[in-house]
Each structure stands twice: as C-alpha cells, then as structure tokens.
Design a protein around this ligand. Structure first.
Ligand SMILES: [Zn+2]
Length: 216
C-alpha cells in the first residue's frame, strides 16, 4: 500500500514514531509503550530475524538491495493517527460486490534507508473485523452491511503473519523490490502482497510460529 498524496504527508505530523536505531540518542520521552507499539516492535523483530538469515526471502530482497536487513533496521515505523475505518463495498448492476479494505501499511516508493513506514491503527495490522458500508461509486454511504474479516494475503488481520507480511511489503516498496500501488479498488496492492508471499511465505509462517513458542 502506497501513497504520496499531500494529505498522507501531512498526516506524518501526527505520527507517534517509535524510536529506531537512528533515533536512539535523541531525547524521546521514556513513556511506557502502548500495546500497538509493542506489537510493532515484535513485528520489527520478526522481519529482522528473517532478513538476517540466509533464505529465499532474503535472497529475493537482496536482488533489489544488497543490505535489505540494514535498510529495514534503519526505517522509522510510525503508527498513523486513529480514525474511523470501514470496509467499503460497491455492488454492480449484476449484483457482484467489490470491496475496498483500509490500508495496512504505507511508505514511499524507493524512499531508502531511514525513511518512514506508517501502519494504520484501524487497518489489518491491528484489526481483524470491521463494519462494512455499502457505498455508491462516488463514495456516498448507503447503508451498513454487516462485518467483514480483514486479511493480508490470506492471513487474518492482527496475526503475527499479517503483521510481518505488511512490514515486508512496505520494505519492498522502500527498496523498489515491488512496484508502486495505492488504495484503489484495482487490487494492485494485493498482487504486490502475493508477490511478497510467493518469496517469503515459508519464512513468515516459520518466524511467527517460533515467536509464539518463545512466548509460551
Ligand atoms: Zn503496497
């Protein structure tokens, strides 16, 4: 998921940015991290665990940047401002539905080391179900349409697998491993996630399982 719109850039001003290695010496306040911040920190560790090992996923990222792990480690991962999110649904004249899910992560294409990745506090990184609203193509809300489970490449929202996938997807944008996509209805973002999973699914699942064993 990718956006370079002015409004997205303006939103950066509201971000709560987690201290990354490059910020460690700045005087950020030593507040107790929130539950969401802890989840981001754990996801960051899982991605680093994957990229520091020799595996197919690492090899795929390295084709775009020989130090993909170093670039990932330098990224600032911020949690965007909370706002009410829905799954938008439109229905065509044949009664077929199209869905638009809220974004999970955002970054800038080819932004490189030290750049900012945002995660959506109401998106699939942290959330597993959201209300569905039927909308006209122009975005006008017609009626409430129940609930829908958010997924990332088939993994349920708010799972370690979904969180790892979102961060790997954003890293892939930052180093140009996958092409730009956006929040549109055309599914280009999903195709990029499929591409990440084609190369990294085994590592994502294995790392999530390892983490859950370790926390028992
Ligand atoms: Zn994307």
């Amino acid at each position: 998921m990718f956006s370079k719109s002015v409004s997205a850039l303006a939103a950066i001003a509201f971000l709560g940015v987690l201290p990354g290695p490059r910020q460690a010496s700045s005087q950020t306040s030593q507040k107790k991290p929130t539950k969401n911040e802890v989840a981001v920190a754990h996801a960051r560790e899982r991605v680093l665990a994957i990229l520091r090992e020799e595996n197919g996923c690492t090899a795929w990222f390295r084709e775009a940047d020989p130090d993909a792990a170093g670039v990932f480690e330098s990224l600032q991962i911020g949690i965007a401002k909370k706002k009410q999110e829905f799954v938008q649904r439109t229905t065509n004249e044949r009664g077929e539905h199209s869905y638009r899910h809220p974004w999970g992560g955002r970054s800038n294409q080819m932004a490189g080391p030290g750049s900012l990745v945002q995660v959506n506090p109401d998106g699939p990184f942290f959330t597993v179900t959201l209300p569905v609203v039927e909308t006209r193509p122009g975005g006008q809300i017609l009626f409430f349409g129940g609930f829908r489970i958010l997924t990332v490449g088939g993994f349920p929202g708010d799972s370690p697998e979904a969180q790892t996938t979102i961060l790997l997807h954003e890293l892939a944008h930052v180093i140009g491993r996958i092409p730009e996509d956006d929040d549109s209805w055309d599914g280009r973002s999903s195709r990029n996630t499929d591409e990440v999973l084609r190369n990294c699914r085994g590592e994502i699942v294995e790392t999530a399982q390892r983490a859950s064993h370790a926390s028992r």
